[in-house]
Every structure is written in C-alpha cells, then in structure tokens.
Design a protein around this ligand. Structure first.
Ligand code: MEV
Length: 416
C-alpha cells in the first residue's frame, strides 16, 4: 500500500497519537521514539561534539505533512523555535497536492576545495598546475579510499587568476564528488594534501586550503504548480506582485529569503547538518549575479496557475559529521532518504513551500491571524487545557482578542 503524508486532523491529536502515526509511516523503533522524546542527545555525546560542554539546548521537532515530491510522500521533520513554520509548510504542501506535488532535481554532489597560491607570475603558475592535473587528482584521491570506492573523489580542477588589493593570486579549485557526506572533512583533507605538491611544482607559496561554502556545483531544484482554482486569482496575482517586490528591492528580498530559510534551516538542523554552511551558501547564491535576489521565482502559466521554482546550493549529508546526533538519525529515518541528493531535493521543496505559504498569507490576510491562533493555543495549553479542549478554547480566545481590538479602535477614535 502506498503511504500518504496527508493525514487529516494530525495537529488536533495528542503527542503520543501523532507519534504512533509517524512511527507506522517511517518504521521508527521504540528506541527511536525514546531518543526523540526523552533521551535525545546525551551529555556524554555532546561532550564529544564540541568543547567546554555544560548542557544541551533543546529545540522543538515538528512534522510537516502533505509533501509529495516526485510522486513519493514524505513526512518532514522540522526543528525550529518559530511558531507557524510547520503549519505553513504543511498547508502549502497540501495545496501543491492539487497538481501532483513538487518536482525536484539536483546536480551531482560536487563540493569545491579552494587552494590559494601567492604567485609572482600567475600565468606561469596556472600553466604548471594545469599540466600537472592528473598528478593533483591522484594525490587528492589517495586521501579517501572509502569515498573513491563509493564513486566519489576529486573529479576535476579549475584554476583562476584573481586580482586583489594584495596583488594577483592563483586560485585552484578541487571539484570533489562527496557522495552522501556534507563533504567538508574530505575536501579539506584533500586540499591540504595537494598543497605541498603545488608549492613544489610552482615554487610559490600556498596560503589557504579550505572548502568553499558557495556550493555552486551542488544544486537542488524544485518546481511546483499552485492551481488558481484552489488558491484563487487574487492570490496568484498577489504572490506574483510580492515576488516582483523582492526582485527589485533587496530589503524585501532578504525577508523573502528569510522565510525560505525558515523551512530550509529547520530540516538542515533536524537532520544534524551544518545550518551555517547551508545559509552562507544560499545567501551567497542569492547574490551571485552581483545583486541580492529572491531565491524563488513565481509566474503564471498559460492556464493562469501559479508556477514557483527554487534553485539553491544545498551542502548536506546523511552520513558522518553531526549526524552522529541520535535525534538527527531518527529524523533521517522519518524522511526515509537514501542519498544526500534526495535530502537536498526535499530541502529545496520545503523552501519553496515555505515561501509560497508566507507570500500567500502576506498578499492576502496577512500573517498575524495565523500567529494569533497559535498564540491562543499556547495560552490554552499553559492554562492546562486537555488535548481535546485546546482548539475550542483557542478559538474563544481569538474571538475575544478581536473584540478587544475593535474596542481599542473605538477608544482611539473617541480620543480615549
Ligand atoms: C517570518 O519568519 C518570515 C516572513 O517574514 C517571510 C516573508 O516575509 O516572506 C513571513
């Protein structure tokens, strides 16, 4: 039986009922549930991850529903402290189901390792490096036999001469297929291993040897059609105008992209990946043409439906690195991804969904209404409401708030 991520009334269920559904969908074990709900990352494990550990910072992990990506349904674990993000992604994905969901693709997982060469005669150094390409590839690929066995490794090099305030420099790029890893370790090891050989053949000094987080060779793309029959013509027009605002104004583009990152960072964090690496790469990519741009595009097709697209660098792994965090491993199990590319495509789809949800709300009713009802739910919970009472009490609170708002407006009008 094909599994569906469309589960009605999920948010109304109690935590344990929701857990049961996710467990069945994803094949989580009882141990996984213990990890997710009580054990989490242990202090001793945390102590091995970073320095000077004294505690563990917890973040809520929610499940976004309704996602169909390339015909397959996914439940999406999202780690975020921000209310509305999970609900908004789920709503957008529900609307997207009306046109078959998201279509995604990705490039090979190629990361760039940079080697900075200080050369008096840059052209000469560049020529020597290019002549020695095969030897450079073999030194790099001798560093990681596992990666080579899996079909990865340094596949090519690129050499550029750049002008800086300290004079010209030769920049060698190692183009490394990192397969299912995020790749920083493999790439940095290779760059450091190649450097002495570069110094030897060019007689120049090598300075930096480090991965570039502008992962332009590791892109994920997603596309979605939001039917005008479902969202209405006003929403179609409003979202296109909101998008055009972001195209022409960097102040808006940054906020537009922040909304996208609400979705992206939540899965990157949930899966134990490096949020800063992805964020730096994504924002760099947004400005790659010399002007900071929105990461999505929105336009109308010939049927008047809304078509959204996203293209972003996504350097994430499903092995190694921070995925040693047991909660991250449980998140990967919920997703059921088999490759880092599959994960990167899901991330692109969620970013696109998140952007749609934000623009739709902003271009129609505004985002405060949704925030108000979530806030009301939180108050109901704080007051000790039982699971089956929360929605009803929240609705009453929202109505009361509306009445008070109207009263306040009257008071303002009458001069207090
Ligand atoms: C809030 O976290 C995100 C939004 O500001 C995004 C946007 O304005 O597009 C709502």
């Amino acid at each position: 039986m094909t599994k569906t991520s469309k589960i009605s009334g999920f948010y109304k269920l109690g935590i344990q009922e929701r857990t049961k559904i996710v467990k069945e969908f994803s094949g989580l074990s009882d141990d996984d549930i213990t990890i997710l709900q009580s054990e989490g990352l242990k202090l001793e494990q945390a102590d091995k991850m970073i320095e000077n550990v004294i505690g563990i910072m917890k973040v809520p992990l929610g499940i976004a529903l309704n996602f169909t990506i390339n015909g397959k349904d996914y439940l999406i674990p999202m780690a975020t402290e921000e209310p509305s993000v999970v609900a908004a992604a789920s709503n957008a994905a529900k609307i997207a189901r009306g046109s078959g969901g998201f279509k995604t693709s990705s490039t090979e997982p190629i990361m760039i390792g940079q080697i900075q060469i200080i050369a008096e005669n840059p052209e000469r150094a560049k020529g020597i490096i290019l002549e020695n390409k095969e030897k450079i590839l073999s030194i790099a690929n001798a560093q990681d036999s596992t990666l080579i066995k899996l079909g990865g490794g340094t596949k090519d090099i690129d050499v550029r001469i750049i002008s800086t305030n300290s004079g010209k420099m030769v920049i060698l790029h190692l183009l490394v297929d990192v397969r299912d890893a995020m790749g920083a370790n493999a790439v940095n090891t290779m760059a450091e291993a190649v450097a002495p050989f570069i110094e030897e053949i060019t007689n120049c000094k090598v300075l930096l040897r480090i991965i570039s987080n502008l992962a332009t060779e590791r892109l994920a793309m997603a596309e979605v059609i939001m039917k005008r029959g479902i969202i209405g013509d006003d929403a179609v027009e409003g979202i296109i105008d909101a998008y055009q605002f972001a195209v022409s104004d960097p102040y808006r583009a940054v906020t537009h992209n922040k909304g996208i990152m609400n979705g992206i960072t939540s899965i990157v964090l949930a899966t134990g990946n490096d949020t800063r690496a992805v964020e730096a790469g994504v924002h760099g990519y947004a400005a790659i043409g010399g002007k900071y741009k929105p990461l999505t595009t929105w336009e109308k097709n010939k049927d008047g439906d809304l078509v959204g697209r996203i293209e972003i660098p996504v350097a994430v792994g499903i092995v190694g690195g921070a995925t040693i965090n047991p909660v991250a491993r449980a998140s990967l199990k919920i997703l059921g991804v088999k490759t880092a590319r599959e994960l990167s495509e899901i991330i692109a789809a969620v970013g696109l969904a998140q952007n749609f949800a934000a623009l739709k709300a902003l271009a129609t009713e505004g985002i405060q209404r949704g925030h108000m009802s979530l806030h009301a739910r939180n108050i109901a919970v704080m007051a000790g409401a039982k699971d089956n009472e929360i929605d009803r009490i929240a609705e009453i609170l929202v109505n009361e708030k509306k009445i008070r708002l109207e009263r306040a407006k009257e008071l303002v009008k009458s001069g207090g």
